[in-house]
Design a protein around this ligand. Structure first.
Ligand code: PLP
Length: 395
């Protein structure tokens, strides 16, 4: 017997359930002992799973298996690429921890996992940072990124797909534009596994992925670091993974990541079609309500298939979050005000969105048409009631 309201999970861009094959392998391997770096049979038995996962990632994203470095997730993969490449470039120029600041180009809509290390490096005087704004649709214009690149630029970092608004960038065009420039090209592809991710075709030197965004467990991810691109490690220790990422490898987690990659690849096209049909339902139902603007590009090819981003007038974010949660809908709500509200979402600000609240509804592999209709129904019910109550909490 079920109690309480039906719950609908619409926050897959934050965390999506572990896929059955990935969960089964994780559980199985947690029962096995052996350090993947040990030479004995137990260690090598575990190591096989790590290498199978490395092969699966390499095949999925178009790189060599040796380019794949496992990390604790997207944040570490981004930090490793950003700090590692900048520090290696500085060491190259004047020895570790010294030398003139290097120039870096990125965008104002990157995830904090990229923006914060960049700002931190700039604060220490290690880099001079140029951030390129997106267009009003949240898409970064490749020619604007390329125009910001200078002779002394050592790193260009542009995300493949944005986590707030779902806009998909033409990173291949940026990669082509950088082909003759010595700057390394890093792409945060953490949200992009619903699309085709190709390190080779995009001409990237570094790429970040995170398993819990596409059906693997949280706390595991990887950086694709093309050999030949100098990277200083963040972790110093036993020298695992090419000496770039020391630490005993979490083999069960790594194997589970590999299994989720295989599952994504097998189902990606049909899943994307399913996700588009769910988001179409929500866009149509909610987008036509008063005071609601659907954000992001009009062209479906430039949008993540499972994500709907909305700007809302006349409602307070806290009250909206409370009412959605009370109605059983788990979604991501934030401030969205171009007029300087504290806590305003920097991505929406960079797009020039002026609204009282931002709402991100995101679906994933386990979502159903019922989830989409219920989300549409609840938002359609809650918004006018909140507005009638002056935008704040309902009595
Ligand atoms: N980059 C993007 C675009 C993300 O959406 C996220 C997570 O939300 C991250 C990086 C950080 O990944 P993780 O949660 O695995 O550290």
């Amino acid at each position: 017997m079920s109690h309480g309201p039906v719950t609908t999970y619409a926050d897959h861009a934050a965390d999506t359930p572990v896929r059955p094959g990935a969960a089964a392998l994780l559980t199985k391997l947690l029962g096995e002992v052996g350090n993947a770096s040990a030479a004995h049979v137990a260690g090598q038995g575990v190591r096989i799973h790590v290498e199978q996962s490395r092969d699966a990632v390499a095949e999925a994203v178009g790189c060599a298996p040796a380019d794949v470095v496992f990390t604790s997730g997207g944040t570490e993969a981004d930090n490793l690429a950003v700090k590692g490449i900048v520090w290696a470039a500085r060491a190259d120029r004047a020895g570790p921890g010294a030398g003139p600041a290097s120039h870096v180009v990125s965008t104002s809509i990157e995830h904090p996992a990229v923006l914060e290390p960049l700002r931190w490096l700039a604060g220490w005087g290690d880099i001079e940072l140029t951030l390129v704004d997106p267009g009003p649709d949240g898409v970064v214009r490749p020619h604007e990124v390329l125009a910001a690149v200078r002779d002394d630029t050592v790193l260009v970092s542009v995300m493949a797909a944005n986590n707030v608004v779902g806009a998909v960038n033409d990173v291949a065009m940026i990669g082509r534009g950088l082909a003759d420039h010595p700057a390394a090209f890093h792409v945060d592809a953490v949200q992009a596994m619903h699309l085709v991710v190709r390190a080779d075709d995009w001409g990237v030197d570094a790429l970040a992925l995170s398993a819990h965004k596409f059906g693997g467990p949280p706390g595991i991810g990887c950086a694709v670091l093309r050999r030949g691109v100098a990277v200083q490690p963040l972790m110093h220790g036993g020298g695992q993974d090419r000496g770039v990422r020391s630490g005993s490898m979490p083999a069960a987690m790594i194997a589970s990541l590999g299994a989720s990659v295989v599952e994504v690849l097998a189902t990606r096209e049909q899943e994307a079609a399913m996700l588009r049909s769910l988001t179409d339902v929500v866009r149509e139902a909610v987008g036509s309500l008063d005071g609601v603007t659907v954000l992001g590009p009009d062209d479906p090819a430039r949008r993540l298939p499972g994500l709907v981003s909305l700007a809302l007038d006349g409602v307070q974010p806290d009250a909206l979050m409370f009412e959605l949660d009370r109605a059983g809908v788990r979604a991501s709500v934030g401030a969205a005000c171009a007029s300087g509200a504290t806590g305003a979402n920097p991505v929406l600000e960079a797009m020039g969105v002026a609204a009282d609240a931002g709402l991100r509804l995101s679906f994933g592999w386990s979502s159903t048409p019922d989830d989409a209709s219920r989300v549409a129904e609840v938002v359609t019910d809650v918004l006018p009631r909140l507005r009638a109550a002056g935008g704040g909490f309902l009595a």
